[in-house]
Ligand binder design. Structure first.
Ligand code: HEC
Ligand code: HEC
Length: 343
């Protein structure tokens, strides 16, 4: 029955869910291995306290379990650290889409004053002083100096291996009859039907990777923590936002495009492995999937795009089924990277 619905949707070109593609051979294993080492190396931060794994902890599904992510000492972050699982599928990175590739993205946290706060001219020299790195970069990328571009390529190659496979949803979509229990199947039917989630959450990652206004409330820290205010003004200034000194909330995609319709629009996130990656939304304001479902059931928050985000009228039983689906159907198995020996 559900399978029939899915194929009808495919036939008419409407958005559909897809299983995660099968694993492809890794092109350059030496580059992936170098990326894994860099990912855990605290030298990438200015004060040597933080690595990428600090905020994207492999034992926490490559997130950090906080509403607002950690930050450089004495500063505050302003957004939630997303999981890096399946990030290789994303054509655009960050909650507001301000990076177009993993290579481009990797330099942001290193440079960011409220994240790793590292000087990249210095980092290149610092890594060049480590014989193990000189050998590893040459083995992976051939002769040449250690540049920020090469550092970013290695990190990106590692991140592309972080795919989660074999979830109950994948097994269901591939035709396994008992992959989902009755309640999760009812939740899936709501997801693709009455609740309309599939309009934005579709494909293998359950995301259209587009930007939408759902009206997620501002994080309370934006009003109460002056350091978060400093961070949003700093990011605004870097983004060339004309009135950066007056920003008191997260402008979302508007920061990148300055188009009115992008005010507080955020990128649709992938929905895989959700049970392990809370709190949810760009600022972690919802700590459970039940809260997320209540939010959508009420028609999102103030400022939501009323053309697509409307009150859903789901009964308590239906809301429970949707939560069950989100919790149980989307978790797969994925590589949990362990810290290598740092050269
Ligand atoms: C201090 C915490 C912190 C550190 C350290 C950190 N990140 Fe992040 N990362 C974040 C936060 C917060 C975001 C979301 C920021 C945004 O969207 O504006 C993010 C976003 C990302 C994204 C985009 C994910 C997506 O779904 O679009 C990638 C990829 C990423 N980080 C990789 C890295 C790499 C590689 C490193 C190390 C060089 C790193 N991060 C270091 C906190 C951190
Ligand atoms: C109009 C497009 C759209 C629709 C329809 C939609 N979503 Fe979303 N979803 C988004 C966007 C955009 C975000 C990110 C919002 C933010 O971070 O402020 C999001 C975030 C989420 C998150 C948080 C994921 C995370 O890792 O933080 C969950 C869970 C979610 N949606 C589930 C659903 C469910 C369930 C439905 C159906 C009831 C639904 N969505 C309908 C666009 C949509």
């Amino acid at each position: 029955m559900l399978m029939a619905c899915a194929s009808v949707a495919l036939a008419t070109g409407a958005p559909a869910l897809e299983p995660m593609p099968e694993a492809a051979a890794v092109e350059n294993p030496a580059l992936v291995e170098l990326g894994r080492t860099l990912f855990f190396d605290r030298r990438l931060s200015g004060d040597g306290t933080m690595s990428c794994a600090t905020c994207h902890d492999p034992s926490m599904a490559y997130a950090d379990g906080l509403d607002i992510s950690m930050s450089y000492p004495t500063t505050s972050n302003w957004r939630n650290s997303p999981t890096l699982l399946n990030v290789g599928l994303a054509p655009v990175l960050f909650h507001d889409g301000r990076a177009a590739s993993l290579e481009e993205q990797a330099l942001f946290p290193m440079r960011s004053a409220f994240e790793m706060n590292q000087d990249l001219d210095y980092l290149e020299q610092e890594l060049a002083s480590v014989p193990g790195y000189v050998r590893a970069f040459e083995a992976a990328l051939g002769p040449g100096p250690i540049t920020r571009g090469r550092i970013a390529r290695a990190l990106a190659a590692f991140e592309r291996t972080l795919i989660s496979r074999g979830s109950r949803l994948d097994r269901h979509l591939r035709g396994e009859a008992d992959a989902l229990g009755a309640e999760a199947r009812a939740g899936l039917a709501l997801f693709t039907g009455k609740a309309g989630c599939i309009r934005c959450h579709h494909g293998a990652a359950l995301s259209d990777y587009a930007f939408h206004r759902t009206g997620v409330p501002e994080h309370p820290g934006m009003a109460t923590d002056p350091r978060m205010g400093a961070t949003v003004r700093y990011v605004g200034r870097l983004a060339g936002y004309p009135d950066y000194a007056a920003i008191t909330e997260d402008p979302g995609r508007y920061l990148v495009t300055a188009r009115a319709e992008d005010w507080k629009a955020f990128r649709t996130p992938a929905l895989r492995d959700l049970a392990e990656t809370g709190p949810y939304m760009h600022n972690g304001v919802f700590s459970s999937l039940a809260e997320v479902v209540e939010f959508y059931n009420a028609g999102g928050g103030p400022g939501a795009d009323e053309l697509i985000i409307k009150p859903l009228g789901l009964s308590a039983t239906e809301r429970a089924a949707l939560v069950k689906f989100l919790n149980e159907a989307l978790g797969g198995t994925y590589p949990v990277a362990t810290p290598p020996e740092i050269p």
